[in-house]
Design a protein. Structure first.
Length: 158
């Protein structure tokens, strides 16, 4: 059985990974995709899966992408620190895992623009569609969780 994404050892920050995938570990559909990608990665460490919902998430270790921004759209970070988002993240992850053909058509300018537009609609509705509170409420809950943990510094900025 595959370990849950929240149990992935992120202490191995060596540059063996080709892309960091910032994902919402509290989104059931996101977890489905991450679990699929974990199986395809097969322990090779090509993709560094980073759960933004983890209270220990550090924006400065992830291209400066804060929690609120990461919750709005999917983001990835390349080894050189370049931050990418939207369908480009999926395209890069799938390419690195040897499945680039799935998103290859999105390299075409018109198709890529349409794919980003459709992804934007999905991203705007994903919380509601998965039965979760809106982003404002999630940010408030996270702030309260961060404050309630003794000794935890407030590192993220909205």
């Amino acid at each position: 059985m595959t370990s849950s994404p929240s149990q992935i050892d992120r202490s191995s920050e060596s540059q063996t990974w080709k892309i960091k995938l910032l994902y919402d570990g509290e989104c059931p559909l996101c977890l489905r995709e991450v679990n699929f990608l974990l199986k395809r990665d097969a322990g090779r460490g090509i993709v560094n899966f980073v759960d933004i919902a983890d209270l220990n998430y550090q924006p400065e270790e992830n291209g400066g992408v804060d929690f609120a921004t990461a919750m709005g759209r999917i983001h990835g970070v390349l080894p050189d620190g370049t931050v990418i988002k939207n369908v480009e993240v999926f395209r890069r992850v799938y390419e690195e895992l040897g499945m680039g053909w799935i998103y290859a058509v999105t390299k075409l300018p018109l198709i890529g623009s349409i794919a980003d537009w459709l992804y934007g609609i999905w991203a705007d509705w994903r919380l509601a569609l998965t039965g979760r509170p809106n982003l404002t409420e999630i940010l408030t809950q996270r702030e309260e969780q961060l404050k309630s943990e003794p000794g935890r510094c407030r590192l993220e900025q909205r």
